[in-house]
Design a protein around this ligand. Structure first.
Ligand SMILES: *Cc1c(COP(=O)(O)O)cnc(C)c1O
Length: 380
């Protein structure tokens, strides 16, 4: 078994080319020829399987230490596939601060179809345990939440789930397998919006599910093959290329984020910095050894009454855009963009104020990032 950084580069080889090409070819082929009637073929039709997609899926399974990985056309397609494990009457205990699109999918599609949800602060293990009922089949959460970067202790929650014989599903988009491998901490399913750190270059939309066990993997495969929101061959190839540099990119994200935080800590426009270790997160000590770092996203609150919109209107090196996890630095105002679909009272209840600004720190020279933040803060 090779080490993680070696697997990043070499873990996605599919032995299916006769040319010696060092990369898995992009197989633009919707259908495959049968050598003869009744032949037992590996590939027959692209929705069911494609060698380029299989290459990146195999790589993802290795990186997460799962039984099998599945690549989807978006993070939301991956999340939809993960929730297909449940049926009407089932209850799912869910983190109260989850990705906006997941929140919408649950409210507009899963709840009307009879799956019930109990929303809890997954940082509080007693609350999680209390929320579990006879109908509960799973716990679903994000290890590091968006945009407040709150931490859930994965080991603690998976221990509760195991005690109650239910599944743990984790959307780990914000950490990536380089920083944390939830399946090794007891989770059953890990999900990524591969659009973010895994692809890493703002050049594609993709999603990933990795299942720890064969049984769950077979159900996810059946859903993927049945509903067809698969990642196309070209995108699979681009995703695999992105993943090869995950470790080096992530190391630079972590370095730059620390430099930016050191600057923000001293700036008088800012009241709070949200990044693990900076805002008194009670799970910080516990989770510190569950991951290698906390990623390249941080958020901060301007002093009450200051105008976050003026900040994003004046940034020059940062781009004013949603999304995260790519080579270029991005800034956005969650209350009006990424989290605009969450009703204002609920948004404020979970701490997403109008003065909150989220930064995704890229790979630029950190001096330029700091200078840019400094000049934009003059306008708030
Ligand atoms: C972006 C994101 C998603 C959705 O992924 P898409 O690729 O945009 O469909 C899901 N979860 C988290 C945490 C995200 O950041």
């Amino acid at each position: 078994m090779s080490k993680f950084n070696t697997t990043l580069i070499h873990g996605g080889k599919v032995d299916d080319n006769n040319t010696g090409a060092i990369n898995t070819p992009v197989y633009n082929s919707s259908t495959y020829v049968y050598p003869k009637f009744g032949a037992d073929v590996r590939w027959d039709y692209e929705r069911s399987g494609n060698p380029t997609r299989a290459s990146v899926e195999q790589l993802l399974a290795k990186l997460e230490n799962g039984f099998a990985g599945f690549a989807f056309a978006s993070g939301m397609a991956a999340i939809t596939a993960a929730f297909s494990l449940f049926k009407p009457g089932d209850n799912i205990v869910i983190g109260e601060n989850i990705y906006g699109g997941t929140f919408r999918y649950i409210n507009e599609y899963l709840k009307p179809n009879g799956i019930t949800f109990t929303s809890v602060d997954t940082r509080d293990s007693d609350a999680v345990e209390k929320a579990i009922s006879a109908d509960t089949k799973a716990i679903y959460f994000e290890t590091v939440t968006n945009p407040l970067l709150q931490l859930t202790d994965v080991r603690q929650i998976t221990a509760i789930a195991k005690k109650h014989h239910i599944l743990t599903l984790i959307d780990n988009t914000f950490l990536s397998p380089y920083l944390q491998q939830p399946l090794n901490l007891g989770a059953d399913v890990v999900i990524h919006s591969a659009t973010k750190y895994l692809a890493g270059h703002s050049d594609l939309v993709a999603g990933v599910v990795v299942a720890k066990d064969k049984d769950v993997a077979e159900q996810i495969y059946n859903y993927q093959n049945t509903t067809g929101a698969v990642l196309p061959p070209q995108e699979s190839s681009i995703l695999q290329r992105g993943i090869q540099t995950l470790a080096v990119r992530m190391d630079r994200h972590l370095f730059n984020v620390q430099k930016v935080i050191e600057f923000l800590e001293k700036d008088s426009h800012i009241s709070v910095i949200h990044y693990p270790g900076h805002d008194g997160d009670k799970n910080f000590e516990a989770i510190k050894d569950e991951c290698k770092g906390f990623g390249g996203v941080l958020s901060f609150e301007l002093n009450p009454g200051l105008d976050a919109k003026e900040f994003v209107n004046h940034i020059k090196v940062f781009s004013f855009a949603v999304s995260l996890g790519a080579v270029e630095s991005l800034a956005e105002v969650p209350a009006f963009q990424s989290h605009a679909e969450i009703p204002r009272e609920e948004r404020l209840k979970v701490g997403i104020k109008d003065e909150l600004i989220r930064l995704s720190i890229g790979l630029e020279d950190y001096h330029d990032l700091i200078d840019d933040i400094k000049q934009a803060l003059e306008y708030v």
